[in-house]
Design a protein around this ligand. Structure first.
Ligand code: SF4
Length: 96
């Protein structure tokens, strides 16, 4: 997934929430317990919804910037966000 960290997006604005494809869905869908078995299906379903969402990028940026530790945000699970954070930190270290 090639997402660009863009601090110029107002990630703390509420605007993106109004465009969220999940706003009328059960929030539990986006917070699976674990990552195997039924949770894997839940994650797949959540990601499929995120893939249709206009707010996908600012949602992920919000989750990264506010250190959301659980759930699928912007189509990205907590484990994937941890990896993404590590990659971005390494990129920033190399850039400075
Ligand atoms: S990207 Fe996914 S979790 Fe984020 S607002 Fe859209 S549907 Fe909801």
């Amino acid at each position: 997934m090639a997402l660009i960290w863009n601090r110029s997006i107002t990630w703390d604005s509420e605007d993106w929430r109004e465009r969220a494809a999940c706003q009328d869905l059960d929030p539990d869908l986006f917070f699976p317990i674990g990552s195997t078995g039924p949770a894997a299906d839940q994650i797949r379903n959540a990601k499929a919804i995120c893939d249709t969402c206009e707010a996908k990028v600012p949602c992920l940026e919000f989750a990264l910037a506010s250190n959301q530790e659980s759930g699928v945000w912007g189509g990205v699970t907590e484990d994937e966000r941890r990896r993404l954070r590590r990659v971005r930190l390494a990129q920033r270290r190399h850039a400075s």
